[in-house]
Write a protein that binds this ligand. Sequence first.
Ligand SMILES: Nc1ncnc2c1ncn2[C@@H]1O[C@H](COP(=O)(O)OP(=O)(O)O)[C@@H](O)[C@H]1O
Ligand SMILES: [Mg+2]
Length: 300
Amino acid sequence: MSAPETTAAPGTITEPAIAVRVSSVDKVFETQGGRVHALEGIDLSVAAGEFVSLIGPSGCGKSTLMRLIADLDAPTSGSIAVFGKTPTRARLDQEYGIAFQQAGLLPWRTVAANVALPLELHGVGQAARRAKVDELLDMVGLAEFAERYPDQLSGGMQQRVAIARSLAEQPRLLLMDEPFGALDEMTREKMQADLVRIAGETGAAVVFVTHSIPEAVFLSDRVVVMSPRPGRIREIVPMRLAGAAAGPADGVGAVEGAATRAARTEGLREDRSFFEMVTAVREALHGAPVATGARGVETR
Ligand SMILES: Nc1ncnc2c1ncn2[C@@H]1O[C@H](COP(=O)(O)OP(=O)(O)O)[C@@H](O)[C@H]1O
Ligand SMILES: [Mg+2]
């Protein structure tokens, strides 16, 4: 048997460096109307600290996959590990924060009390809780709304509360299912920039579902393109944005990963490499043939 040439091969990364490993996962729903094959043969690894987006047509199983990772449902076959643990163990250990499409706030709690909830559940003392909540609300621009109730806020503001809550415990993993869908474009771009910064600062891995190609490109290290019925991974497109719009400190990002992260500035949205990546993802999504050796496109 031939062994890999070097120990640095991707397959030899030790398990703790893997935030999420999805192996040969199928999900079938048995419904009144028959069987719905929602996911088929899903294989995906997300490294610790990596930002991965899922994109694909409505009904292709993005939310189902997120729910499986978050232990809100179980695969029909195959397995999922979160930091090497079962999804249930990872949930009990509060290894991840969740921000899903519906904000899911408790209506009888104030904004501050909603954000504080995970900290309360984890036994964080009141003073530390207060300080953390203030910091988080400040970050999502809702400091003045701490004592309001969710139904006094717009949909976008509620979503920002949910995002603050998901970050409360500085989890090593964030699972986000179209969290910015309800936001206006300007708020959305600000939240994207904040999210990239926070993920970078905390070293959190992020699995992020979106319908927006530019959003996926701006945020991600890799974009997973899915196809529907049954949901499969069609292609995984690594974002090659290194050096783009890196600004005056251009020379600093000699390491590709660092350069990629450093390039997530507003200027990036106007950079040529950004448009190239948008095109690459769009072609993958629509199944258009991509020239062999096309820059940054890896076909699985
Ligand atoms: N609880 C469920 N029961 C039956 N079918 C479901 C359930 N959840 C999702 N589905 C079906 O699985 C498929 C994938 O759904 P979903 O994961 O929500 O897609 P996406 O998030 O990509 O839009 C759809 O056909 C949907 O109708
Ligand atoms: Mg969905």
